[in-house]
Design a protein around this ligand. Structure first.
Ligand SMILES: [Zn+2]
Length: 186
């Protein structure tokens, strides 16, 4: 799995594709993109509260089913503040799915490897046969939050984040350039 930094960059890349630049450059949309890009990893929270941060990680929050639920919830909530509910639904869905794709392409060192990406259609865990992103150390099942924190702020993770940035920034740059050209034409 990539780091939150990697997920944000991949989410911003997805946003370049689905959102017009004038929208995506507003602070509210930027916060929304950052949240949607990392929402699947909120599954760390219940484990953290239970004293075993990895207990529920890479469960059904990492699935197309939950991506759909998340997009519906975002669209319903957005009705309170904007009429762009269809756009919110589409953006939330695509950005959430970008998280799943990134995790599918990342080295996983904690069993069961991968995640049930196709839930509820299948409970099977999937992982790409060849991985693009280095693993981010976040401990193992049963380890305390302190041990996990120690592993998270490690040199290995810093190197993994640097590699992620080097891989994703060119792709983000290309999609950003295309989205700018699209705006100029409109
Ligand atoms: Zn994840």
């Amino acid at each position: 799995m990539p780091s939150p930094v990697g997920h944000i960059l991949i989410g911003l890349t997805a946003a370049n594709i689905v959102l017009k630049p004038n929208l995506y450059h507003s602070v509210v949309w930027l916060i929304f993109v950052i949240f949607a890009a990392n929402a699947a990893d909120l599954d760390f929270l219940p484990g953290w509260l239970a004293g075993d941060i990895n207990r529920f990680h890479h469960g059904i929050s990492h699935s197309v089913g939950m991506a759909f639920v998340f997009a519906c919830l975002c669209a319903l909530t957005s009705r309170l503040v904007t009429a762009k509910t269809r756009l919110v639904f589409l953006a939330a869905l695509i950005i959430y799915l970008s998280h799943l794709l990134a995790d599918y392409l990342g080295v996983d060192v904690v069993e069961p490897y991968g995640a049930p990406f196709l839930w509820p259609l299948s409970d099977e865990y999937y992982l790409a046969p060849a991985q693009l992103f280095q693993p981010i150390e976040h401990g193992h099942l049963g380890e305390t939050s302190l041990t996990v924190l120690d592993k998270i702020f490690s040199l290995n993770n810093l190197l993994a984040v640097c590699i992620e940035v080097m891989i994703i920034i060119p792709v983000w740059g290309i999609t950003f350039w295309i989205s700018r050209k699209r705006k100029i034409k409109e």
